[in-house]
Design a protein. Sequence first.
Length: 86
Amino acid sequence: MIEGSTVATQDALQAVDPANVTAGGIGFVVIASLAVGTAILLRSLNKQLKKVDFEEEPETDRGEDKPLRDGSVGDGPEEGPKSSTP
């Protein structure tokens, strides 16, 4: 006996054959709509990514002493507010 259940609930559980329980039409509609929605989102994502235009800069070898960047960003000491306390 299941705790906290009524007699009517127990009778309904015993009357249902577990071999005949299926998701039915509602389950199919839910899964199909999720699949269609995912396909639409992927198509939209591909369209947006095709619009992106960027210029790829050539990389230099790491073995050489040449920096990968032109030195204008992040190579110097941090600039920030200086405190007046010693």
